[in-house]
Design a binder for this molecule. Structure first.
Ligand code: PHE
Length: 454
């Protein structure tokens, strides 16, 4: 397959919104709040912000450099820049991560569809917090209902991928991302004005460092990588569709800002609402499926039609945010398979979708009928999450930092960051310093600490 058949993003804004579409997703609205709840609130958020700024952004820039320089999939990219070496394993682990994340992520994405249809049929109306709790448990542990949504979600992802990336992803992201921001902002405002919301705001703003240990650092690091879609080649793959004149540093900063903004706002939706209806902040993965329907009912008490519209729109947009992320995960694996094994894009996409259906079904069942089957003390679902977010992504990130910081010819990096000398870049030295020393050391220290304690 020739490189010029691969397509490109049509505009700079489109490229940024597509990358932001990959970053913004369930990681922000579903995972970030419960990780924050499990790890002590504001102190976790501060450490998280540190991870995004000091490690996430430079590594994102490194991924952009690799992707745009090579215009190929993640394994091919390492093969091109470091022919005949083992560096391609970083790409291969990225592809494995894409399969794993896509599988468990689509389970939750499927849940958003169930909730969207529940909202459409006005199923939230008049329910008490206890009833939402019971309904969620009954649904998520049921053996077949979540599977239907899971498969439907993977098929939707498949359809977009099989039609090619640019038109689908780019126009989809351009339309949906602004709507998502507006809705999320309005919801946050509603949530902080609920009675009793103050405790939730305090939980988000008042750091309690007594809860901080090495696990909190690993959780923050893992969350930063997961949320920014880093360490596994998603952003390399997207950058391989960037144009020559895209400003890589500015794009990375935009994506990082958008992603962080959405995550923090999601916190301001969930916690004030959770405290207001008396739900513990460390409720775990079920947090948004129990608290949010409550918020809609209570925030618009007396205005049922507004509650209705908001519930429907929110779950619709959550599903769309998840879709712009699953597309990016799927693309990593599809691009790898069709380019490296020289088969058609459609066929490659089919293989990816089919294998993720199998893994996803196992992950979904491991939360219900199979909940007694534990691997290393975790359900299959939790295992996929743990192996990717807490092991593969940070490790992949460290290796990508080392690759660009130490291995890659500095001329290549400089040319990519300055667009062949046409842009003035003041942060070049700082970026290289972080990639060489700070990122690998920080990630290793956090890892070793975690291993010694475990
Ligand atoms: N960043 C996405 C989110 O926050 C998830 C994701 C992880 C997507 C890794 C691609 C790669 O929802």
């Amino acid at each position: 397959m020739e490189n010029n058949d691969r397509g490109k993003f049509g505009s700079k804004l489109g490229a940024i919104l597509a990358a932001a579409g990959s970053a913004v997703g369930l990681g922000n609205v579903w995972r970030f709040p419960y990780e924050t709840g499990n790890n002590g609130g504001a102190a976790f958020i501060l450490i998280y912000l540190g991870c995004v700024l000091a490690l996430g952004l430079p590594i994102m820039i490194a991924e952009f450099v690799i992707g745009r320089r090579t215009h190929t999939n993640i394994v091919g990219a390492f093969e091109k820049l470091a022919p005949g070496t083992q560096w391609k394993w970083v790409g291969r682990i990225g592809v494995i991560s894409a399969f794993f994340i896509l599988s468990f992520y689509s389970v939750i994405a499927g849940w958003t569809l169930e909730y969207m249809f529940e909202a459409i049929s006005n199923g939230f109306s008049g329910k008490t917090p206890g009833e939402f709790d019971a309904a969620f448990t009954a649904f998520s542990t049921s053996p077949w209902r979540p599977l239907i949504w899971l498969i439907l979600f993977l098929v939707a992802t498949h359809v977009i991928i099989a039609r090619g990336v640019e038109k689908g992803i780019e126009s989809f992201s351009k339309l949906m991302m602004p709507m998502l921001f507006i809705l999320i902002t309005v919801l946050a405002v509603c949530s902080v004005t609920l009675p009793g919301a103050g405790a939730g705001v305090e939980f988000l703003l008042k750091p309690d460092f007594s809860k901080v240990n090495s696990q909190v650092f690993l959780a923050a690091l893992g969350q930063a990588f997961f949320s920014l879609s880093l360490g596994m080649g998603t952003l390399c793959t997207y950058a391989s569709y960037f144009k020559k004149d895209t400003n890589l540093i500015r794009s990375a900063v935009s994506v990082g800002l958008i992603d962080t903004f959405v995550a923090i706002l999601a916190g301001f939706i969930i916690f004030p609402a959770a405290f207001s209806v008396g739900i513990e902040p460390d409720a775990g993965p079920s947090l948004i499926f129990i608290t949010l329907p409550n918020v809609f009912q209570q925030a618009f008490d007396g205005l049922p039609w507004l509650a209705y519209i908001f519930s429907v729109l929110f779950y619709l947009l959550l599903a769309v945010a998840a879709l712009t992320s699953t597309i990016s995960l799927h693309e990593v694996a599809t691009a790898y398979i069709y380019e490296e094994f020289k088969i058609s894009r459609k066929r490659a996409a089919l293989y990816v979708t089919a294998s993720c259906c199998v893994l996803g079904i196992l992950a979904s069942l491991s939360l219900g009928v199979g909940r007694d089957i534990l691997i290393f003390g975790m359900s299959f679902f939790d295992l996929l999450d743990f192996v990717t977010a807490k092991l593969f992504l940070p490790l992949g990130g460290a290796l990508i930092a080392i690759f660009v910081g130490w291995y890659l010819n500095k001329r290549i990096t400089r040319n990519e960051l300055t667009n062949e000398g046409t842009l003035k870049v003041n942060s070049y030295k700082a970026i290289i310093f972080i990639l060489r020393y700070v990122a690998p050391t920080a990630i290793m220290v956090i890892f070793i600490n975690e291993l010694l304690i475990a």
